[in-house]
Design a protein around this ligand. Structure first.
Ligand code: IDP
Ligand code: MG
Length: 149
């Protein structure tokens, strides 16, 4: 089953939207397999966002993601990466479709509430960063057959 790494970013934590974000992904049908509340430090932020190192927004991005505790979650399901990104909406909230997390709840690109992996390969890389030494649980829901064909 495909897995994706979701982060509830500090703005969503500060605004009391953590379970609004997670709930939308859960209601989509994705199965929660891992969950952590943690404070990201600079080293972890730089490792996670390595592809953006050198870009003008990189320093601000590291400040943002380290500014408050976050929730890291692993969700799994058919096409989990694409499904989660669709439910999240476009990176820039004012370009994100209504009905998406970012389109309904955000305005600014640097305050866009949620992270989701952009490929199954990156999901595995990111899960290794955020769940090293922490359980990701392999389980079956009784309702799986009503969600997965
Ligand atoms: P994604 O989160 O939709 O995958 P990426 O392009 O991977 O988008 O960028 C990672 C994060 O960096 C974004 O979610 C956003 O928080 C931040 N970011 C991206 N571009 C900008 C920018 O132009 N200004 C400020 N922050 C940005
Ligand atoms: Mg990205």
């Amino acid at each position: 089953m495909e897995r994706t790494l979701i982060l509830v970013k500090p703005d969503a934590m500060q605004r009391g939207l953590a379970f609004e974000v997670l709930g939308r992904l859960e209601r989509r049908g994705l199965r929660l397999a891992g969950l952590r509340l943690l404070q990201v430090d600079e080293a972890m932020a730089k490792r996670h966002y390595a592809e953006h190192e050198g870009k003008p927004f990189f320093a601000g991005l590291v400040d943002y993601i380290t500014s408050a505790p976050i929730i890291a979650a692993v969700f799994e399901g058919t096409g989990a990466v694409e499904a989660a990104r669709q439910t999240m909406g476009a990176t820039k909230p004012t370009a994100a479709a209504p009905g998406t997390i970012r389109g309904d709840l955000g305005l600014e690109i640097g305050r866009n509430l949620v992270h989701g992996s952009d490929s199954p390969q990156n999901a595995e890389r990111e899960i290794a960063i955020f769940f090293e030494g922490h359980p990701v649980i392999d389980w079956r829901r009784d309702t799986d057959r009503w969600v997965f064909e």
